[in-house]
Design a protein around this ligand. Structure first.
Ligand code: NAD
Ligand code: TYD
Length: 357
């Protein structure tokens, strides 16, 4: 394995990616650069922290000196750039930090990679900057159709607008300077270590505590769900074999309306919790509350993943029925993790968002 610089490796997808890579390769190195915001948690990597192939650096991707120092001290081959502010509701509340991290932070990383890798006559073999983006940059679909790599960018939320801006900067660095890049645009991920501000872990966490389950609007909005490990496999493949300059959409044709996800979580929890467990008695559809809709709420996302299947041979391996059970089992087995991340900063955010409902 080459030397990877993973940004945002202490977050949900980044920590799953690092574990996936260390499990797959025997040699190589992974440097995890993360500022440890509210969403970054080194507990997510406790099981791999002693691995000699792994190193953690606490730094902000906007910090020019810190990022340049990492490139100067390490012969980085591949950047996998996850670090971002990632939650749409927070971006509606406070957009500024999304522009700072997602746009200016990405620009800073691009500059550092260019400076380290540009030999004047080209870029060394095996160098690659993989920018992990989202299907949300394409905007919203009606009841029909899919996002392809040619769908025009039409972001609506401050989050997706900041991601689209960073995508365009990455493209500009490829077009202008020849930086070897790929952009991946994945649909909604689910799985272990997802911060419980996102739909699935939030509903699991609330249901276990007998707290209301806040469904925005009427719950008809559709998302296309992919198990996080399938996303990690796709990113690894793109880093290794993606043609420079190309965009790859990643998704597994698994569209679900939000209300159906919430009902499925309730059924699965009732099925998995043992009779007599007091939490089982609390979990019921009577907890569902239809609350005020998200501002500018995108109706539907759905990815056409034909290109990555055809060109790189990627296909998702985890069926949603299995992935959701595995995910819920993980949250049931990791109550302490859930408790530690839902204390402090997250609690005050939750109070502001849902006002104790
Ligand atoms: P996350 O919020 O769980 O993790 C983000 C990580 O980035 C955290 O560890 C945080 O500490 C770190 N970070 C934030 N600001 C930073 C800064 N200024 N400097 C250094 N580190 C910083 O996010 P996630 O859900 O794991 O998403 C990772 C990436 O994947 C994001 O770029 C996101 O846009 C993209 N993505 C996410 C999904 C999804 O469903 N979660 C889907 C498609 C794409
Ligand atoms: P989310 O997990 O925030 O991902 P994204 O907005 O990036 O797709 O939300 C997924 C869907 O669930 C989205 O349509 C908004 C909805 N949602 C709720 O209905 N209630 C909630 O409490 C949350 C967090 C999301």
């Amino acid at each position: 394995m080459p030397t990877y610089l993973v940004t945002g490796g202490a977050g949900f997808i980044g920590s799953n990616f690092i574990r996936y890579m260390l499990g797959k390769a025997r040699d190589g190195r992974i440097i995890n650069l993360d500022a440890l915001t509210y969403a970054g948690n080194l507990e997510n990597l406790a099981d791999v922290s002693a691995d000699s192939r792994y190193a953690f650096i606490r730094a902000d991707i906007c910090d020019k000196r810190a990022v340049n120092d990492v490139f100067a001290a390490n012969d980085v081959d591949v950047v996998v750039h996850f670090a971002a502010e990632s939650h749409v509701d927070r971006s509606i509340e406070a957009p500024d930090v999304f522009v700072r991290t997602n746009v200016l932070g990405t620009l800073n990383l691009l500059n550092a990679a260019l400076r380290a890798w540009d030999t004047g006559t080209g870029f060394g073999a095996g160098k690659k900057f993989v920018h992990v983006s989202t299907d949300e940059v394409y905007g919203s679909l009606g009841p029909q159709g899919y996002f392809t790599e040619d769908t025009p960018l039409d972001p609506h939320s401050p989050y997706s607008a900041s991601k689209a801006s960073s995508d365009l900067l990455v493209k500009a660095y490829a077009d202008t300077y020849g930086l070897p890049v790929n952009i991946t645009r994945c649909s909604n991920n689910y799985g272990p270590y997802q911060f419980p501000e996102k739909l699935i872990p939030l509903m699991v966490n609330n249901a276990l505590q007998g707290k209301p389950l806040p469904v925005y609007g009427t719950g008809v909005n559709v998302r296309d769900w992919l198990y996080v490990e399938d996303h990690c496999a796709a990113i690894e493949l793109v880093a290794r074999e993606g043609a420079p300059g190309e965009v790859y959409n990643i998704g597994g044709h698994n569209e679900m309306a939000n209300i159906d996800i919430v009902r499925l979580i309730i059924r699965t929890l009732r099925d998995m919790l043992e009779a007599g467990d007091p939490r089982r008695e609390r979990v019921s559809e009577s907890l569902i509350r239809f609350v005020q809709d998200r501002k500018g709420h995108d109706l539907r996302y759905a990815i056409d993943p034909a290109k990555i299947g055809r060109e790189l041979g990627w296909a998702p391996r985890t069926k949603f029925a299995d992935g959701i059970r595995r995910t819920i089992a993980w949250y049931l087995e990791n109550g302490e993790w859930l408790q530690s991340v839902t204390s402090g900063a997250y609690q005050s955010y939750y109070q502001r968002m849902y006002g104790g409902r």
